[in-house]
Design a protein around this ligand. Structure first.
Ligand code: AMP
Ligand code: ZN
Length: 463
């Protein structure tokens, strides 16, 4: 039984999708005005884990990640550079898709662009006007929060302090500014971005974009909606208000939010300037799979403080993990150890048990590392055979459908080094340990470390 912590009910709840074995999932995507930073990628990696794990548990996942390509920030960015909004946002969408691939993020089924769904937004706003939840003011359209008694149910804001009729035009604002928010912004000459529509000449506010795009692809009520905790208010609160008032139905059953990636205890964000983009870290030579691992390995609801030191540790973990995965290959013995299979099955059960529990990733990983420790003991004692190699590798590949941290790259050694290793093995058989040590040292100087196992000598590159 899978359980998720639902921000709406503030409880861990059994996950029951609307349609058996199908999950409809909406994940708020990037605002494409700049490169995403690794704080943003913490949210996307949590969503990737959620997506992959639901599939691992046999669900068909229908997932939407929107692209906000029109809002205050994108318009400002395009204007500053003197290029069209399309040209400006295309650039950052391309980079975002590349970054997703580098971090092995699964591509959602739909990645709709806001500018291509203006019609759907206009329809939604028309409904809200017809039903009396929205009103015009200076050619812009606002949502009247006092008309929706359950406004605040997601974020738990105190509605008693609201000034009726006070409005906010900005896309982003703080809890103390809870007010009627903008659905449609009247065209401004200086912005130069608008659509001529039935509801007037203008452009959408940020919040209506996600309501329109999620309901278009997933229906009026769907299973899961996610984002970072900063999305709870006002963005998701406003999405609920718009959607539920327009349809009269519950919008989303489960709301999942990830905690922030921090730097020195503060949220990593563009505005604070304390951020690293993926490219900053790649330019410093860091392994992207280690970045993925670092952002993945802490529970999504726990804050995670980013340091380069923790990234270096993650690099070591990934290196050891992959050396273990590759290093098993040397064993070609016919013998079979039945204990290995039992350990694997116990580990698989625990892995599922932990992840079923609100994606409790850290202990799920610990169970895998414990298995590796046990396997290493059997291996070094020579109690291992080639069928065991296959079993262990198959298990790691199976959980890699969720984790995605195996590096399949094959490493090669020049012929002359391989010959030296063979020569050393002959020397060892003849008990010529002096020569064996000499060869070991020669290779060490070349950055190649040798390890003698019961199944022969294996090598790895250092540094
Ligand atoms: P934005 O492009 O600002 O709309 O953000 C995209 C996603 O990244 C949203 O789901 C945010 O909640 C999330 N996000 C932004 N900053 C952080 C951070 N420091 N840690 C985790 N998630 C973040
Ligand atoms: Zn959104």
């Amino acid at each position: 039984m899978i359980k998720f912590y639902n921000t709406l009910t503030k409880k861990k709840e059994e996950f029951i999708p609307i349609e058996d074995k199908i999950v409809r999932l909406y994940t708020c995507g990037p605002t494409v005005y700049d490169l995403a930073h690794i704080g943003n990628f913490r949210a996307y990696i949590f969503e990737d884990l959620l997506h992959r794990y639901l599939e691992y548990r046999g669900y068909k996942v229908i997932r939407v990640m929107n692209i906000t390509d029109v809002d205050d920030k994108t318009i400002k960015g395009a204007k500053n550079e003197g290029i069209s909004l399309r040209e400006f946002t295309d650039r950052y969408i391309k980079i975002f898709l590349e970054d997703m691939e580098i971090l092995r993020l699964k591509k959602p089924d739909y990645m709709p662009r806001a500018t291509e769904h203006i019609k759907e937004m206009v329809e939604l706003i028309k409904k809200l006007l017809e039903k009396g939840y929205a009103y015009y003011k200076d050619n812009s359209i606002y949502f009247s929060i006092s008309k929706f008694p359950s406004y605040g149910k997601l974020s738990g804001i105190d509605l008693s302090k609201i000034k009726v009729g006070a409005r906010v035009d900005a896309d982003e604002y703080e809890k103390q500014d809870v007010r009627d928010f903008v659905l449609w912004k009247a065209a401004k000459e200086e912005e130069g971005v608008w659509w001529e529509t039935e509801i007037g000449k203008g452009r959408p506010g940020w919040h209506i974009e996600c309501s329109a795009m999620s309901m278009k692809y997933l229906g009026e009520t769907f299973d899961i909606h996610t984002g970072g905790v900063d999305n709870i208010f006002p963005h998701h609160e406003n999405e609920i208000a718009q959607s539920e008032c327009a349809t009269g139905k519950k919008f989303v059953n489960y709301w999942l939010h990830c905690a922030h990636l921090l730097v020195n205890g503060e949220k990593m964000s563009k505005s604070k300037g304390n951020f690293y983009t993926l490219r900053d870290l790649l330019n410093k030579g860091y392994n992207p799979i280690a970045i993925r691992y670092l952002l993945l390995s802490t529970h999504y609801r726990d804050p995670l403080n980013f340091t380069e030191n923790s990234l270096k540790q993650a690099e070591n973990t990934i290196k050891n993990y992959n050396e273990f995965y590759q290093g098993l290959n040397i064993c070609a013995e016919e013998k079979y150890n039945p204990e290995i299979k039992k350990e694997i099955e116990k580990t698989r059960e625990k892995f599922i048990e932990e992840l079923d529990n609100d994606l409790n990733i850290s202990p799920a990983l610990s169970h895998i590392f414990n298995l590796i420790k046990k396997v290493n003991i059997y291996f070094s004692k020579g109690e291992f055979g080639k069928q065991n190699v296959k079993e262990v590798k198959e298990f790691l590949e199976d959980v890699d459908n969720v984790l995605c941290i195996i590096e399949k790259k094959e490493e090669f050694l020049p012929e002359e080094y391989l010959n030296l290793i063979k020569e050393r093995e002959i020397a060892r058989k003849n008990k010529n340990y002096k020569k064996a040590d000499e060869i070991r040292n020669i290779l060490k100087e070349k950055g190649i470390l040798l390890e003698d196992t019961p199944y022969g000598t294996r090598w790895k590159k250092i540094g």
